[in-house]
Write a protein that binds this ligand. Structure first.
Ligand SMILES: Nc1nc2c(c(=O)[nH]1)N[C@H]1C(S)=C(S)[C@@H](COP(=O)(O)OP(=O)(O)OC[C@H]3O[C@@H](n4cnc5c(N)ncnc54)[C@H](O)[C@@H]3O)O[C@H]1N2
Ligand code: MOO
Length: 648
């Protein structure tokens, strides 16, 4: 088949998000269909009509207590000094909670206040009032009463009410069918063999989850190749069989991004590009009166665009308001820059430190799904401001319950595998506490403690002048603060080398001798400081090292680089080498310690962290990783006292 040539679309619009949304909402004319389904299947569904009770509850006068049923008026003389004797079966009868009250009785006396004299007689010393301890007909639900109006989302207790009122079937709004079409020649199924350029298709599954959560019925199409005729065919089919169409990727300016042209050809395009980042290259249009939402390929952009445009469509169809997230004011731990003219959606970590919520941005790259997965909330920077200064207060939409955020232990500084282990041990201990960590490096971790933005920081900073780890930095940067430096781990730092060490590298001089392609760490990283010290000790300079300027931000990234290069070499921790199947030659024992404010250290959370660290189970697991040793019987030292005595 001959393929039509489409011109690349280079410039996108910057339409305000609300305007773009209102346009498609106005054009979305699907009338909701109604279906009548069994109540037992109706959880989360939206009522399509008002629902009235078929029967009352209770539908008879029922005893509310275990006891005896009496005629109230016949008990009025009963008194402590004047006990009244009633004949069982004639003047009273036994009833249990829920039993029907036989005629002519009209009150129940609880069994605790009844003295059973013999098989035929009971004695009471207090009168009963009419209808006491009786649930009259319709106490709960009256026949013909309106139980729910239309547009009500059914919750578990609502289903109980419907069954109790003998409403067995319930008319609900049919779930709008949302076609989800992943496109792209590069996409493969998750089980496929991977080669560079191949991308696992996962957006479709994420979209399906969102659609289901919002009350729609997802229909996930198999991967469609970047062939205009094929895409056209699938879109036209979807327009016949679904209420809303979502097409993924091909929304931008790439050579194969022709979705917009296709929609334009077989339908109408309202919008191509909204003033929001990420998520800008959205396409909104319609095909045969069905709204089509073209969401960008990058996952985070896609999730956001789906929430902006598909959720409101589903809610409109169901006749319910778009749910809003709870918001909370937070202090910003970092400066946030935002381009004017567009909204910025920034995923944030939020912690509760020193009585206030502190939030830090996660990466803003739209391809990093973990930034969405890890986020506690979303900061939406309006289009008319250029960002916030560090320390400013801003409102953040919450992804999680506030309580969960309040219970989080905010971990900053340099990340280490063992912190994830610590986190999982906290979970195993079934506490409500958990660790949220932002990996900012040792120096920034100390600063976070200083500014009261983190509870604990992991640090490994070698002081070249003293050749000691951590202490001098804490003394200097946290002078005058009541903090604890907790010796935590010794971890092996060493040369990370290709398998079999083809260049025969054993020390820093060998790097120069063999002209190896060194992979460095970023400035401020503990490993970088160690490397500089090794250079210095060997009397070498940075410009003698091939690759000194090639900076990676993690041990694993260094190992990954070394793995891809026969002549590569890096410095890092053993587990990174092990993870990539590389050789490792130990160079030094690095001290990875924890810094925390004394207030935290002495709090329940702090104590629990220390308890776990000192537990044999934790130590064993850490040491099993290899290259680690937990500092035995680590006793916290009072840094403050030393600080006070030191000239800093
Ligand atoms: N020259 C320009 N290039 C790009 C622009 C631009 O304005 N000018 N915009 C960038 C932005 S912003 C975004 S967002 C993306 C949007 O790209 P497309 O919608 O055209 O999508 P693709 O290029 O096909 O894919 C991008 C990327 O997304 C991932 N992806 C795609 N589909 C899936 C899927 N089903 N499951 C998982 N992941 C998926 C994948 O990593 C793709 O590489 O364009 C920028 N470029
Ligand atoms: O704006 Mo794109 O949507 O950053 O990722």
């Amino acid at each position: 088949m001959e393929q039509k040539q489409y011109k690349r679309k280079i410039y996108l619009e910057d339409k305000p998000r609300a305007e773009a949304r209102d346009e498609i909402l106005a054009a979305f004319l699907q009338t909701a269909e109604i279906e009548t389904i069994p109540v037992v299947d109706a959880l989360g569904r939206v009522t399509a009509e008002p629902i009235f009770a078929h029967v009352s509850m209770p539908h008879y006068h029922a005893s509310a207590m275990d006891g005896i049923a009496v005629v109230a008026e016949s008990t009025y003389q009963a008194h402590e000094q004047n006990p009244l004797y009633l004949k069982i079966g004639e003047q009273c009868c036994f009833v249990d909670t829920g039993n029907a009250i036989p005629s002519p009785f009209n009150a129940v006396i609880m069994i605790e206040y009844v003295h059973i004299v013999d098989d035929e007689t009971i004695e009471i010393i207090e009168p009963a009032t009419p209808w006491q301890h009786i649930r009259p007909i319709g106490e709960d639900i009256v026949q013909e009463e309106m139980l729910f109006s239309q547009g009500h989302t059914l919750r578990p207790a609502d289903l109980g009410v419907l069954l109790a009122a003998q409403e067995l079937m319930v008319p609900v709004v049919k779930k709008p069918v949302v076609a989800i079409i992943p496109t792209g020649n590069e996409l493969v199924e998750a089980h496929a063999d991977l080669s560079p350029g191949k991308i696992i298709e996962f957006n479709g599954t994420v979209f399906s989850g969102f659609v289901r959560d919002w009350g729609g019925e997802p229909r996930l199409h198999s991967i469609v190749k970047d062939e205009p005729e094929k895409i056209k065919e699938v879109l036209l089919k979807a327009a016949e069989t679904s209420d809303i169409i979502v097409i993924n990727a091909g929304s931008s300016a790439g050579r194969k991004d022709f979705t917009v042209h296709i929609i334009d050809e077989i339908g109408e395009v309202f919008t191509h590009g909204v003033a929001a980042r990420p998520g800008k290259p959205v396409i909104l249009g319609k095909i045969n009166d069905k709204i089509v939402v073209g969401v960008p390929g990058y996952p985070v952009s896609a999730y956001l665009a789906l929430e902006w445009f598909v959720q409101p469509l589903i809610c409109k169809y169901l006749g319910i308001p778009v749910p809003k997230r709870q918001t909370v004011p937070v202090k910003l731990g970092r400066r946030i820059v935002s381009a004017m003219g567009a909204e910025d959606f920034i995923r944030m970590n939020i912690g509760f430190v020193n009585g206030q919520f502190v939030a830090n941005p996660l990466t803003r790259a739209a391809g990093v799904t973990m930034s969405y997965v890890r986020a506690d909330g979303l900061l939406i920077v309006p289009p008319n401001i250029s960002g916030y200064e560090q320390g400013d207060t801003a409102e953040v939409e919450l992804f999680k319950p506030l309580e969960e955020i309040k219970n989080a232990i905010v971990f900053s500084g340099s990340h280490d595998l063992t912190i994830d282990l610590l986190s999982s041990h906290l979970k195993r201990a079934r506490t409500e506490r958990k660790i949220v960590s932002s990996h900012v490096g040792s120096m920034a971790g100390i600063m976070a403690i200083r500014k009261g933005e983190a509870h604990v920081a992991g640090i490994h900073l070698l002081d070249p002048s003293t050749k000691q780890y951590n202490r001098s930095y804490v003394n200097k940067l946290l002078a005058g603060q009541d903090v604890v430096l907790y010796p935590f781990l010794k971890r092996k730092q060493g040369w990370i080398l290709p398998q079999g060490n083809p260049l025969g590298i054993e020390n820093v001089t060998d790097l120069v001798r063999t002209d190896a392609n060194f992979v460095n760490r970023q400035k401020g990283a503990g490993t970088r400081i160690l490397f500089d010290l090794l250079l210095d000790e060997a009397g070498l300079t940075a410009d003698e090292i091939n690759g000194y300027d090639r900076e990676m931000f993690s041990h694993l990234a260094v190992a990954a680089e070394v793995k891809s290069d026969e002549h590569g070499a890096g410095l890092g921790i053993y587990p990174a080498a092990k993870a990539m199947g590389l050789d490792f030659i130990p160079v030094a024992d690095e001290e990875y310690d924890l810094v925390m404010k004394r207030e935290f250290y002495e709090s329940d959370s702090g104590r629990q962290v220390i308890e776990i660290i000192q537990s044999p189970a934790f130590k064993e697991e850490v040491e099993k990783i290899g290259g680690y040793q937990v500092v035995e019987h680590a006793v916290p030292k009072r840094v403050t006292e030393e600080v006070e005595n030191e000239d800093v």
